[in-house]
Structure formats: structure tokens, C-alpha cells
Design a protein around this ligand. Structure first.
Ligand SMILES: Cc1cc2nc3c(=O)[nH]c(=O)nc-3n(C[C@H](O)[C@H](O)[C@H](O)COP(=O)(O)OP(=O)(O)OC[C@H]3O[C@@H](n4cnc5c(N)ncnc54)[C@H](O)[C@@H]3O)c2cc1C
Length: 294
């Protein structure tokens, strides 16, 4: 039986570093172990919460009443061949990218600044610099308590920061189609993109990436919140990043409640000044709500 841990704080599993204990946590290393974990959750009537690198997740301070699943071992491995890159759902994007570069494969460079996993990328249809997962994904192996099946990119309903994957669906494996590119060129593109990122975003702080999706129209969420005067605005240990207003930084001792308070204020000001209802990008885990401010 795959070991089940109890009471592990989500703060240890999320990049923002907030969140209370998980009711249960499994770290399956193989498909049969993952199947066991999913059957365990079904038997105990527990919801499934897959956590990749927790890089777009805000978890409730009083914890999460679910079986948290972290994919490790084989389920975080990476292989290349015939223009394909095959990764476990738990494989870090950085590892996939290095393996692609070493194999002379390009097209995944856009992911260099996205600190998540293959599975998290599919679920969020993550993207940057005009490209996203839907540009490279061929198919994904989805595991549920009822079994496993491969879904094509079309079946996964990928759209802007959206997929059809719901709780209880685990992206166990992913296949990307990449194109031949000399490793030196891949390396150069990555260096350029990383430098651009460092100049504009708080890459060396604890954050969960974009707080809100970009609204339709000319002005992105970051610029809009900056114009609302929110740069550096603080609640408790959480601060609207002085570098990019669509990021919240944990400046030390932040709670998820602090982050929510900042999000409420940000939405209120965007509504008042721009008439725009900002939609959150960050995924909530546990009993968290973003109440509308009046
Ligand atoms: C500094 C920084 C910069 C970022 N820049 C970008 C950016 O440019 N573009 C962008 O799109 N995002 C960005 N992000 C956000 C984040 O990195 C992406 O959304 C990423 O794809 C999340 O992957 P993850 O593995 O960390 O997922 P998590 O945050 O762990 O989870 C996010 C969601 O995916 C689900 N999930 C995770 N793994 C699986 C799986 N194997 N199967 C099923 N569901 C799963 C979770 O249950 C949750 O619903 C940034 C984050 C940070 C901290």
C-alpha cells in the first residue's frame, strides 16, 4: 500500500508558503501506486487534490479535507525520442526543458519561467510569450478511481488558463511534440526569456504567479492594479509586489487570509476605477472564497 501521511501543512507544498494541514497525503511513484491512492480516497469518501509544485495554488489556513496527491518517482520522470518528450505528470517544467535542450528539441522554451509541473501545465493550460500547453501537447494520460485513459489535446478542452480537468482527474503522463533545434539556440532563447522575466516579475520572492487572469481589452491585470495604486499595498505578511501588481508576495508570515484580503481590495478597486470584474487565475484549495466587496 502506498504510504499515507497525515497533517502535512500545505505551506510546505506551495510556492507562496501558506496553507494548513492536508487531511491525508500520498506520494505515488508508479501508476499502480497512484491507482491504489485513488481507490483509497474513494473508499474513505475523500476528495482528491493533486499538487504539482503548488505554484498557482492558495490553500486554506485551516487545512484541506482531501487526499493530497504528489506525483513522484516514475510519475515525475522524463524521456525523449522521435521528436516527442514524454513526462510524468509530476515532472518539473525545468527538468523537461533541460532534457528537451539536451536532445536538440525546441518549442518548449516558453515554459522556462513557469515553475510548475507537466500535469499542472495541462490543468492550467499554462503559457507565456504567446504560447501555451495547447501548442505542444499531443495527449495526456488521465487517471481516475475508475481507471486510466489517454485524452487528446482537443478532448482536454484547453483554452486561456483553462482545461476540462476536474478534481479526481490526475494527469499521470504527458506527451509533447517538439521540433528539432540546436541545443545552443534553445539555451540562448531561454537566457533571453529568463532575463526578460527577472526584469519585470518578482522571480526571487515567494508568490503563486498571476493572481488574476488578464481581462479582455488593452490593459493587463498587472497594469490595471498598478494604476489603482496597489503596488506595495500590504495586509499582514502579504504584499502586492512592488515589481508587478498581479503578484502577491509572502513578505514573511503571510496567511492565505492575508492574500484573500488583498485580492478583495484589488477586485474592488478594479471594479470602481475600470468597471472590470477581475477573475482569479490562482486555484483555491480547501474552504476558501473570494467574497465580492461592496
Ligand atoms: C514566479 C511564478 C511565475 C509564473 N509564471 C507563469 C506564467 O508565465 N504562465 C502561467 O501560465 N503560469 C505561471 N505561473 C503559475 C504556475 O507556475 C502555473 O500555473 C503552473 O502550470 C502550475 O503548475 P503546478 O504543477 O505548480 O500546479 P499547482 O499549482 O500545484 O496546481 C495548480 C492546479 O493544477 C492542478 N494539478 C497540478 N498537477 C496536476 C496533475 N498532475 N493532474 C491534475 N491536476 C493537477 C492542481 O490540482 C490545481 O488545480 C507562475 C508561477 C510563479 C510562482
Amino acid at each position: 500500500m502506498v504510504p499515507i501521511e497525515h497533517g502535512v501543512p500545505l505551506a510546505r507544498l506551495t510556492t507562496i508558503g501558506t496553507g494548513g494541514p492536508a487531511r491525508a497525503l500520498a506520494r505515488p511513484r508508479t501508476l499502480p501506486e497512484l491507482a491504489e491512492a485513488l481507490r483509497f480516497a474513494e473508499g474513505e469518501d475523500l476528495e482528491i487534490l493533486v499538487v504539482g509544485l503548488g505554484s498557482n495554488m492558495l490553500a486554506a489556513d485551516d487545512g484541506v479535507d482531501a487526499l493530497v496527491v504528489r506525483l513522484e518517482g516514475e510519475l515525475a520522470g522524463v524521456e525523449t525520442g522521435d521528436g516527442l518528450l514524454a513526462a510524468g505528470g509530476g515532472a518539473a517544467n525545468a527538468v523537461c526543458l533541460h532534457r528537451a535542450r539536451d536532445a536538440g528539441l525546441g518549442g518548449f522554451e516558453f515554459a522556462c519561467a513557469i515553475p510548475g509541473t507537466a500535469g499542472g501545465g495541462v490543468r492550467m493550460n499554462a503559457g507565456a510569450y504567446g504560447r501555451d500547453w495547447s501548442d505542444v501537447l499531443v495527449r495526456a494520460l488521465i487517471a481516475t478511481a475508475g481507471g486510466e485513459s489517454w485524452l487528446s489535446r482537443e478532448d482536454l478542452g484547453l483554452a486561456y488558463r483553462h482545461s476540462s480537468i476536474t478534481s479526481g482527474h490526475v494527469v499521470a503522463r504527458v506527451e509533447y511534440r517538439l521540433e528539432p533545434r540546436p541545443p545552443a539556440d534553445v539555451k540562448e532563447t531561454i537566457a533571453e526569456l529568463v532575463a526578460r522575466r527577472k526584469a519585470t516579475q518578482p522571480t526571487n520572492r515567494r508568490t503563486f504567479g498571476s493572481v488574476f487572469k488578464n481581462p479582455a481589452g488593452e490593459i493587463g491585470a498587472g497594469r490595471m492594479l498598478e494604476l489603482c495604486g496597489l503596488k506595495g499595498h500590504r495586509v499582514g505578511g502579504a504584499v502586492i509586489s512592488p515589481k508587478h501588481s498581479n503578484f502577491i508576495e509572502n513578505a514573511g508570515g503571510a496567511t492565505s487570509a492575508d492574500c484573500i484580503a488583498l485580492m478583495v481590495e484589488a477586485r474592488r478597486r478594479a471594479r470602481e476605477q475600470f468597471g472590470v470584474e477581475l477573475e482569479r487565475e490562482v486555484v483555491f484549495a480547501g474552504a476558501l472564497e473570494l467574497p465580492s466587496a461592496t
